[in-house]
Design a protein around this ligand. Structure first.
Ligand code: HEM
Length: 390
């Protein structure tokens, strides 16, 4: 292994040898060509996440959108305190744990509605099934009407698609971003005239310490939630399905009730969680592994490598649903800890529980025909053919 480039499509199928090389041989890695540094050990990544005065988010979490204007398209994930704290409080008003919990019966209903027609055939693309549920759930939460959901799905897939080795944003991604922003702007106008019981309406009226959100901040937030909420959760559910198929002993144990679906979700998040890295800007020079990294450097926190670090998880390369996953970094840490973590966990757990109730444990997955989505950051399948029996 001589280099690490998160945009390299070869990494999508199997990034784990590269991650081991980074952790063991290059705990502070420098990519001169693309101009970033990377840390990959659990302790280093966790420390960086907790110290946001030094590891700033103000240039955004993604290499290809790295820059001082990142918050305009990526929303409050690209802000530091105190503005980040204010925005997050404003947004949390419309995204409370009780609002998420109330979604449980609806997620079950949607899962059954999507699953039952597929069972007639017995074989289907698992990704099509897994995509439909997060798109509907986030749309209902935000207030996107049913007729516009296929648009939301198409645009978020397009926005997450990266096929440029140097990490430049393609015109397709830029166009999809602009189309989604335009769509949300028109929805905002409509909700101002006709308020609903939804997140758009509560964001329009969110008030923290007398401050209201400007329209452009509401739009950036909706884009962040829509995109972050769809692709990550879809990929988590599909990966969980494939991982359990590859580990039949554990699959039998979840089906028999010996291991619960929550543990299946947690180990999948640790072992093959969708988020591969996040980016930070150094606000001052920092010494890491004997080298001084200069102020303003772009440094990647390689999440998926840290979650396989032997120093934090014994036998880290083994998929084991019974292990202690409490130190997982799959949803981040500290100020920017994923706002949708409880929703993602709830959705994935319910979908897997409904599958277990409906199909036999000895399902099949056609890994030879499976393919990977082109995304350096949110790793998962684009297609995953599966065969099930009732
Ligand atoms: C932040 C992962 C699902 C909304 C994050 C971060 C990670 C992450 C690692 C931290 C980014 C950073 O520190 O730079 C995931 C994974 C998911 C998932 C693996 C599913 C398996 C969701 C869902 C939503 C969501 C369903 C919304 C409905 C957000 C938001 C932030 C965030 C708004 C920014 C929080 C902040 O900056 O304060 N997510 N996420 N995520 N996530 Fe998620």
């Amino acid at each position: 292994m001589a280099s690490y480039n998160p945009n390299d499509p070869a990494l999508q199928a199997d990034p784990f040898a590269a991650y081991q090389w980074l952790r063991d041989e290059q705990p502070l890695y420098r990519n001169d060509k693309l101009g970033f540094w990377a840390i990959s050990r659990h302790a280093d990544v966790a420390t960086a996440w907790r110290d946001n005065a030094t590891f700033s988010s103000d240039h955004g979490p993604a290499l290809e959108q790295w820059g001082p204007d990142a918050a305009q398209t990526m929303g409050f994930v690209a802000l530091d305190p105190p503005l980040h704290t204010l925005r997050r409080r404003q947004i949390s008003q419309g995204f409370t744990p009780s609002r998420v919990r109330r979604l449980e019966p609806r997620i079950r209903e949607l899962t059954r509605a999507y699953l039952h027609p597929l069972l007639e055939h017995g074989s289907f693309d698992f990704v099509d099934f897994a995509t439909a549920i997060p798109v509907d759930v986030i749309s209902e939460l935000i207030g996107v009407p049913p007729q516009d959901r296929s648009l939301l799905r198409r645009l978020s897939q397009q926005i997450m698609t990266r096929d440029d080795l140097d990490g430049h944003l393609t015109s397709a991604v830029k166009e999809a971003n602009a189309e989604l922003a335009g769509y949300y702007a028109s929805l905002l106008t409509e909700r101002r005239r006709h308020p609903h019981e939804d997140l758009i309406t509560s964001l329009l009226h969110a008030d923290v310490d007398g401050e209201r959100l400007a329209d452009r901040d509401v739009i950036a937030t909706l884009m962040l939630l829509g995109v972050a909420g769809n692709e990550t959760t879809t990929k988590l559910i599909s990966t969980a399905w494939r991982c359990a198929w590859q580990h039949p002993d554990q699959r039998e144990r979840v089906w028999s009730g010996d291991i619960d679906a929550g543990a299946w979700v947690e180990e999948t998040l640790r072992y093959e969680g969708p988020s591969q890295y996040t980016a930070r800007r150094l606000t001052r020079p920092v010494e890491l592994h004997g080298i001084t990294v200069p102020a303003d450097a772009c440094i990647l926190l390689v999440i998926a490598a840290a979650n396989r670090d032997e120093r934090a998880f014994p036998d880290a390369g083994r998929y084991d649903m019974t292990r202690d996953t409490s130190r997982t970094l799959a949803f981040g840490l500290g100020q920017h800890f994923c706002l949708g973590a409880s929703l993602a966990r709830l959705e994935a757990t319910i979908v897997l529980q409904e599958l277990m109730k409906t199909v036999e444990a000895d399902y099949d997955v056609d890994v030879a025909s499976a393919s990977w989505a082109a995304s350096p950051n949110v790793r998962g399948h684009a297609h995953l053919p599966t065969m099930v029996k009732r």
